[in-house]
Write a protein that binds this ligand. Structure first.
Ligand code: SAH
Length: 432
């Protein structure tokens, strides 16, 4: 399972790490392995072929001083960000590409992921959780190594060794400087600590203590933690996580949430201080009232309160208040517009507001056959005026981008089905 780091300026300087895991040795060295899976699974499994916690151990062994930020001869290079390019040949991503992006994009990486089928001979078995992943960023080598060290086992959601108290210290040590402000710190801690609730609680409270001494905030975070760590990643969370990741990778500070509804995305934006100014707009006054209530806007400290504004307005009318933002998120809104109003929406967003980045999500109707409770031919929500296939959304978005000088790329959010794709489709527009 080769993993390589290649400095971009000098592509000849590449380091490759090849890890050879002995599957028989794995079984021999295992304590109390009885009863886990079927007997043969101890010998026949993916461990020798994929990046996992074994790779983290190998990284620590092979690059121990780099990982800890020490250099005998060239200490000045340790703090120097470099254009680095890391490739992981087979990375198990439980949670799919959106989760992979959610982990690395907020840390500033450009992520390229190639998905692999479970078995080329049986395409009907669908996609595997394995991806070939490339990560590019201008970072210090130590940071790249620590991100890989922590996040590989998180993506794999598995560890080959017993996880105890000292693992919390390890997580906090390697997470120093980035984990506390990562939008997915709860999930990272939960998976890293193998879902052991007491350890996760300890790690999160220590992270919060270090990051944020405000006692009210700590209290609130603790109350939420319990619910948070218990919750599986719902489609809605994956979608919002993917939107946040796309915003973070665009270096966005001033952001619009258009059709913000009851404020689920606004809450995440508020939690992250990189978003300096947040404006939520909706045509429904009632939705705005609920958002105001849920976000406790009346009770926020003045500094927080200044960051967010809710405005009442419609996306089908030109509105000067929307101009001059770094990004606009339009999450699950376009399908609520009458098709003849789409042209007006297009002008309002791409011509009048004209943010540097725009992130649009909408249901992928092809996936509806996978929802057992949804009768054939029905939309997911009674207020939806239409739902699009992937080609329909992409051709509309490509034309819009072309007309207004944007580039656009598409990603699916949620579980990927080889035939019908993911339940949500996302278009990420960038002003050229
Ligand atoms: N973005 C939110 C809400 C999605 S529901 C979320 O992901 O949770 C769609 C929202 O779009 C509703 O709140 C609805 O009131 C709003 N909406 C519908 N037509 C609109 C228009 N013309 N202008 C602004 N908002 C609109």
């Amino acid at each position: 399972m080769p993993t390589s780091f290649i400095p971009k300026q000098a592509p000849n300087d590449a380091v490759a790490l090849l890890l050879d895991v002995d599957p028989v040795g794995l079984v021999r060295n295992r304590r109390g392995s009885s009863g886990e899976g079927y007997a043969l699974a101890q010998y026949v499994n993916d461990r020798p072929y994929v990046a996992s916690s074994f790779l983290s151990v190998a990284l620590a062994k092979a690059f121990g001083t780099a990982l800890s930020g020490r250099s005998k001869e060239r200490q000045e290079l340790v703090e120097k960000p470099m254009n680095l390019d890391a490739k992981v040949a087979a990375l198990p991503c439980r949670g799919g590409e959106p989760f992979l992006r959610r982990l690395f994009e907020p840390l500033g990486y450009e992520v390229t992921a190639t998905s692999h089928a479970l078995d080329l001979q049986f395409p009907e078995w669908g996609a595997s959780p394995y991806f070939s992943v490339r990560l590019q960023a201008k970072v210090c080598l130590r940071d790249l190594l620590t991100h890989l060290y922590v996040l590989i086992p998180v993506l794999d959601d598995e560890k080959h060794y017993w996880v105890g108290d000292e693992e919390v210290d390890k997580l906090l040590r390697h997470g120093e400087g980035w984990l506390a402000s990562h939008p997915d710190r709860e999930l990272i801690a939960k998976r890293y600590l193998r879902h052991q609730r007491s350890l996760v609680r300890e790690a999160l409270s220590r992270l919060v203590d270090e990051d944020n001494p405000d006692p009210d905030q700590v209290e609130e975070t603790h109350a939420e933690e319990e619910a948070e760590v218990e919750r599986r990643i719902s489609l809605n969370e994956q979608r919002l996580g993917a939107v946040i990741a796309a915003l973070k990778s665009g270096a966005v500070e001033r952001v619009l949430d258009l059709g913000c509804g009851e404020g689920k995305l606004l809450r995440l934006l508020l939690e992250d201080r990189t978003f300096r100014e947040i404006v939520g707009m909706d045509v429904s006054y009632r939705a705005l009232e609920i958002a105001k209530e849920r976000l406790h806007l009346d009770r926020l400290p003045a500094k927080q309160r200044e960051r967010i504004h809710l405005i009442h307005g419609s996306l089908t009318y030109r509105d000067k208040r929307l101009a001059g933002f770094d990004a606009a998120a339009v999450v699950e809104v376009i399908e609520h517009l009458d098709p003849p109003r789409l042209a007006a929406f297009e002008r309002v967003l791409f011509d009048c507001a004209r943010p540097a980045n725009a992130i649009l999500t909408t249901p992928n109707i092809e996936y509806n056959t996978k929802f057992e409770s949804l009768p054939a031919g029905k939309f997911r929500h009674k207020d939806h005026r239409f739902e699009w296939t992937r080609p329909e959304f992409q051709s509309w978005a490509n034309e819009v981008a072309e007309r207004h000088g944007y580039s656009v790329r598409f990603i699916g959010v949620g579980p990927i089905d080889p035939a019908v794709g993911s339940p949500t489709q996302m278009g990420i527009f960038k002003l050229k």
